[in-house]
Design a protein around this ligand. Structure first.
Ligand SMILES: [Zn+2]
Length: 103
């Protein structure tokens, strides 16, 4: 067993580890997309707001949900709500893990 052989072995392991980390990051990204779902108005992947139970569409050009309601007899009030989704406790736990490094 020579020094060279040992040196090469640790180099290979290092390369392998980096590759594995990249794959894991890709996997995380896929998991995020799958978990977050997409905005029903513009199709962007929803973002998690850390510390909350809310996933929201952060696309600046997203029109959001337009809601009209009658205010009294004649006036119609138009409200624009951002597209968001609330998470339950379990969902929050998953989101805080999945999106821990996203911000
Ligand atoms: Zn949107």
């Amino acid at each position: 067993m020579s020094m060279n052989e040992n040196g090469r072995k640790s180099q290979d392991q290092k390369t392998f580890k980096n590759k594995k980390n990249t794959n894991r990051e890709e996997q995380r990204e896929k998991s995020r997309r799958k978990f977050a779902g997409t905005c029903r108005m513009c199709g962007s992947v929803l973002s998690y707001i850390s510390g909350t139970n809310v996933m929201v569409c952060k696309n600046p050009s997203c029109k959001g949900i337009v809601k009209k309601r009658r205010n009294g007899d004649e006036e119609t009030v138009t409200e624009v709500l951002p597209v968001f989704r609330c998470l339950d406790e379990k969902g929050m736990e998953i989101a805080s893990n999945l999106f821990a490094e996203a911000e």
